[in-house]
Design a protein around this ligand. Structure first.
Ligand code: SF4
Length: 437
């Protein structure tokens, strides 16, 4: 068995290589300032940055991409030099030729010029479920980020292809927990705490949907489970029926907000910093823990602040503030409502003319909701236009390229999860689907 020391050394070496490559800028998991996490100068042509390390302009500019992150190869100039109108027409024509053979899945945070071509629009789990529910479809083109396409591949059947139009579209939060780091943490925890006492496990691993297939599979192999931002409380209850404590990957904020709402004190939620032995905790802290929070975060949702909420309330008497649970705890506690992107969409759909909503989530969704509901005032809490930089890598040129390649009989940019990983990840996903409030 690999020793803990070797696993920590391997993780530290990965970090060292990444830092060297990027000029030793900002370490993953360290708090970044507002100016380091966002660059509002979006790159209109992502192929100019696809072969460089990093996530590019937009939120998460300050995050460090793993050295092993997939990169996108260059696509022909007939796509990169086409006008917006030409790309639109080519996408429409290719879709018409393919008919029902292919479905385009578009995430809520995706840019409008891509979402308008989607057959299904939703959050990551809704879209993976759409793939599962359409066994008659030959192939899916997932206009989202890498872990989402992996989940769609896991839930769809083996003979269906899932393609990600730009392989460089990762997720900075998902990248904050690698499988090597998670294996290392698990080994340290089980050596420190044991595996079980009485009829309960010492630790149950729980991973947010926003994680790699390898980490979902890890949870499946080790008595753990997956959660979404909609069902995190139900999943934690499931875990506490089976274990004394939980380690929650990779989003500390979703884990903390959910556990706090369940009445768990922050004193019992130590942070696990993957580059430190024992995650930077004492034995006593781990023994007292109820939820061990992985030190990951979303750079889009981390930008929201209580000061922004105060300003919205000062500007509008009857404003309703709704935020995503990936926001920091003080923001969630100062809001009127908290929930997934689908919750936010439904809350606004249930509004009435004249209502005012201040929303703490990604700008593309907020702008789309305002366009869909002109009878209301809907705005983003963050005054800086700062979209998810990784979602933004899916440009219509890539969508046109993937579609036309498929028309020509070629599958490009296929996301194919190893069958053994798929089997274990399915166990964790099935546990989630079976968990009931
Ligand atoms: S919004 Fe945050 S969690 Fe979602 S894909 Fe972008 S970086 Fe990842």
């Amino acid at each position: 068995m690999t020793s803990v020391a070797n696993l920590i050394a391997a993780a530290a070496e990965t970090e060292r290589r990444t830092r060297t490559m990027l000029g030793d800028t900002i370490a993953i998991g360290q708090p970044a300032t507002m100016t380091t996490t966002c660059d509002s100068q979006l790159t209109a042509d992502p192929w100019q940055i696809d072969t460089e390390p990093g996530y590019g302009p937009g939120a998460s500019t300050g995050d460090v991409a793993p050295a092993t992150a997939p990169q996108q190869k260059a696509i022909p100039a007939s796509y990169t030099q086409a006008t917006d109108a030409e790309l639109h027409d080519r996408i429409v024509a290719a879709k018409a030729q393919l008919g029902d053979r292919v479905k385009i899945l578009g995430h809520f945070y995706q840019r409008d010029e891509v979402v308008k071509h989607a057959d299904f629009v939703g959050d990551s789990f809704m879209l993976a479920q759409a793939a599962k529910d359409h066994p008659e479809t030959e192939a899916f083109i997932f206009c989202g980020v890498h872990f989402m396409a992996e989940t769609a591949d896991i839930l769809s059947s083996a003979d269906q292809a899932v393609m990600l139009p730009n392989l460089a579209a990762g997720c900075s939060m998902a990248d904050m927990a690698t499988i090597d780091q998670v294996e290392s943490a698990w080994q340290q925890l089980t050596e420190a705490l044991g595996t079980s006492s009485g009829d309960k496990a010492e630790v149950i691993p729980v991973t947010y949907m926003n994680s790699s297939a390898a980490i979902k599979a890890f949870c499946g192999r080790n008595g753990g489970i997956v959660c979404t931002s909609s069902n995190a409380a139900t999943v934690l209850e499931w875990a506490f029926e089976r274990g004394k404590r939980v380690i929650f990957f990779p989003d500390q904020h979703l884990g903390r907000n959910t556990a706090k709402a369940m009445g768990i004190s922050e004193d019992h939620m130590p942070l696990w910093r993957p580059y430190l032995p024992m995650g930077g905790n004492t034995m006593q802290q781990l023994q007292d823990a109820k939820v061990i929070l992985w030190n990951g975060f979303c750079s889009v949702h981390k930008r929201f602040t209580v000061a922004q909420i105060d300003k919205a309330r000062a500007d509008y008497d009857d404003v309703q503030v709704i935020v995503h649970p990936e926001c920091p705890a003080p923001v969630v506690e100062a809001a009127d409502g908290v929930g997934s992107t689908e919750y936010i969409r439904k809350a606004i759909a249930a509004g009435k003319p004249g209502d005012v909503f201040a929303v703490g989530t990604e700008i593309n969704l907020v702008n789309r909701l305002q366009a869909q509901h002109p009878e209301m005032t809907i705005f983003c809490l963050d005054p800086v236009v700062c979209p998810c930089s990784t979602m933004y890598r899916i440009h219509p040129a890539y969508l046109a390229w993937v579609l036309e390649e498929y028309v020509a009989g070629r599958v490009v940019n296929q996301i194919s999860v190893d069958p053994t990983v798929t089997a274990d990840a399915e166990v964790a996903l099935e546990r989630m689907l079976a968990a009931r409030p």
